[in-house]
Design a protein around this ligand. Sequence first.
Ligand code: PLP
Length: 546
Amino acid sequence: MMGQPVPQRVSPTTQPHRGVEGEAPAALPLEGATRAPPIAEKPVTKHPPEVPMTPGSTGLVLEEPLLCELSRPGRQSCSLPHANDVPTRAPEATLPAALLRQTPAALPEISEADLVRHFTRLSSWNYCKDAGFFPLGSCTMKHNPRTNEAVAALPGFAYLHPYQDSGTAQGALALIAALEEALKAISGMEAISTCPAAGSHGELTGLMVIRAYLQDRGDPRSRVLIPDSAHGTNPASAAICGYRVTQIPSGPDGLLEPSTVANAMSDDVAAIMVTNPNTLGIFERNIREICDIVHARGGLVYCDGANLNALMGIAQIGEMGVDVMHFNLHKTFTTPHGGGGPGAGPIGVRQPLAPYLPIPRVVKTAAGYGWDASAPKSIGRIKAFYGNFGMLVRAYTYIREMGAPGLRHASEYAVLNANYIRAQLTASYHLPYATPALHECVLTDKWQQPGGVKTLDIAKRLMDYGFHPPTIYFPLLVAGAMMIEPTETESKESCDQFIAAMRAIAKEAQHTPATLTEAPHHTFRRRLDEVMAARSPILTWHQLKG
Ligand SMILES: Cc1ncc(COP(=O)(O)O)c(C=O)c1O
């Protein structure tokens, strides 16, 4: 396989990226409109990548006016039917005078065709999973099967109303109950709540459950231990839950050592939060011993199970001695999670903690499925209604479609892909931890730094090759980290293309470092001034006026 040519894709010589050399004119300013000041760009030099680029690299590359600039008086994108049977009432007759506008809101007036084109063009400026390889470590950007979408769009699911009588939503409740059972089987946990709306929300909910349980036991505690290899949301969730956070170091091999936990444990520690596999992609193989140490001192163990994509069908977190965990349905179970869209972060607990789970809970009685909101020890509601139901439908569809063997295969391929990339790149990039890893690999810029090239430059240059960059500068315990998570849905060919690009970039770092430090060269926007963007953000079009 090595030495084989990289499969041909769009070549920069046959299909130049417009905008790179100024051949595509920016859209003309509209008469009377106030345009955004042009973003200062560096003079462009073309640095053709040394391996073919992927088609996911860029979309349309013309400048795009703002909606307010496209606006023309009298245009509209919707036509509402005239309601003959509803009497007309003047606003003054309905609203208090103080709430009435003196002048109409200056909303953009735009036709449907222009509106659709505007957003379609904008969407093409984004890199998306459906366009190409997206190795964003810790995010599990795997393919979202279209079957999930088809099932979630079934009218019986899509048109449900949360206030609907549960007698008319039996299928939906049955699905939630079946998903709970599936998550129990996958994790080995004993009770599930699908209410939390994201992984971090699951963390907060899980910690609230732990707190309620400990308080009920008459043993409220104040501290949470979190290793430096945990996901960044863990300390944030613990702090929001009102706990003091103590960070504990992982060992030289990236593993949390039982002796470190034993030394940090005391009677005020409510819980330890362990991400497993951790943010280095390494399985915390001492987890059983760590659980025993924490339990012996009266604490509980929380597992951040968002990286379950490495374990499904292979190992059960509940079997490891963990008390509470969360799942990221939008990572492991193929529900979409681009653009911060709705996620789902169900939690699983051991039976003694089940009474504290959020309400409502799905219950089955002789009369059928229903909601139980009566649990007296529950932490209460943590979200309106019952979780992001559409995500639950997608995840359940995926689980049923894959079956137990399919889930196991998915994890095996996720681990195989990550290890393949790691093995192919360790001659070009520094590997900070040689410990075997699972679903992602972490490399650094240590070998490129002496030539003046940093992780950020490598990430920017990858965009020229048509790839979404990996997660960079995370995990924090690795200087100059590049965290690569290919996931199982990438073919060997796309892994090979990525490997070829990364190797070519390592060569460029050696021979022509400026190619990297000035990258990207082939994107619509060149490198942005991130300090300016952070210090003086322009957040509304009003600020662009004048
Ligand atoms: C290991 C891990 N834990 C927690 C989270 C937080 O999940 P969310 O972004 O849904 O809040 C993530 C997100 O990617 C994660 O990778």
